[in-house]
Design a protein around this ligand. Structure first.
Ligand code: UTP
Length: 297
């Protein structure tokens, strides 16, 4: 049986340039969908999947992210005194156990593969998850939990995959697809950001991975890949060449690319419409805007 996955790496050291000027001082992962920061969605998904150790790979300018996980005792006390039990409950649900979170610094934004490699000493010799908080996935069963259940049957490495329009392959890692095994496919290879005419399929990798430590050994070579960055995809592809199975998991759920403005807006609307306290007003507003075609002046 595959070894239990209890550690997750959250690479959050990117520059977040698509959200400038906001990301000049606000980490992208702290930006909120309705009232919860992106990172809270990722943490909740990880906890639901049984993760107990949370490793953040951060960089300069991300201190708001570290502060977010501190207990805010003054706020807790004030809410208690005012009898605001609902808010207190919301706040307490975000508290993390002391020692459960570690922060490692990526000193230069050399790519996702390099960010993951920065956490190698905290991972040691066991399988681990990687979660990109800007991929937010809504679904009945959290995506990482689905993947861990599938991984417990298959072992190897597992990446979350979804079909994308063929003209979009150059924004993703893409699988060379082998055999279908239920909700998973066995990958024969993986390519980072292929041009549509060179893409082996339109099955793209999104920001959830379960990886063996061999991927970290592959990253030891610090090889530059697509875009002059050290790519996680290349290190996983090397495992395939070394005979380690890699599975693409077709998750059940809706993925929002919150690293892009369009995806972030769509997620905001979708998550707001899912809320009983906001649905009615927002529906009416959206209906009126669409009907009149009127934008903000
Ligand atoms: P992105 O490709 O979305 O880059 O990184 P970015 O810097 O976050 O955003 P843009 O493109 O400039 O707007 C995907 C994930 O990999 C992390 C990012 O923080 C994000 O979670 N990453 C990327 C690192 O941690 N380090 C890197 O060197 C590169």
């Amino acid at each position: 049986m595959a070894r239990k996955v209890t550690k997750a790496i959250f690479p959050v050291a990117g520059l977040g340039t698509r959200f400038l000027p906001a990301t000049k001082s606000v980490p992208k992962e702290i930006m909120t969908l309705v009232d919860r920061p992106l990172v809270q969605y990722a943490i909740d998904e990880a906890r639901a999947a049984g993760i107990t150790e949370f490793i953040f790979v951060t960089s300069r300018g991300k201190s708001a992210l570290e502060d977010y996980f501190d207990h805010n005792q003054i706020l807790e006390q004030t809410l208690k005194e005012k009898g605001k039990d609902d808010l207190l409950e919301t706040l307490n649900a975000t508290n993390m156990e002391s020692g459960a979170i570690a922060y490692i610094r990526q000193h230069k934004a050399l790519g996702l593969g390099h960010a993951v490699w920065c956490a190698r000493r905290l991972i040691g010799d066991e399988p681990f998850a990687v979660m990109l908080p800007d991929d937010v996935i809504a679904g009945e069963k959290p995506c990482l939990q689905q993947m861990i259940e599938a991984y417990e049957e298959t072992g190897g490495n597992m990446v979350a995959t979804m079909e994308v329009p063929p003209e979009k392959t150059s924004s993703y890692g893409v699988l060379d697809v082998g055999d279908n095994i239920g909700t998973s496919v066995r990958a024969r290879g993986m390519v980072e950001k292929p041009k549509p005419e060179e893409a082996p399929s339109n099955l793209a990798v999104i920001g959830r991975y379960i990886l063996r430590p061999s991927v970290l050994y592959n990253l030891n070579q610090n090889k530059l890949g697509s875009g002059g960055e050290i790519q996680l995809t290349d290190a996983i592809a090397e495992d395939i060449r070394n005979g380690v199975p890699v599975f693409g998991y077709k998750f059940d759920g809706q993925r929002f690319d919150c690293g892009s403005k369009a995806g972030f807006l769509q997620a905001t609307v979708a998550f707001a419409l899912a809320r009983d306290d906001l649905r009615e007003d927002l529906q009416k507003y959206l209906h009126d805007v669409v009907a009149t075609g009127q934008a903000a002046q």
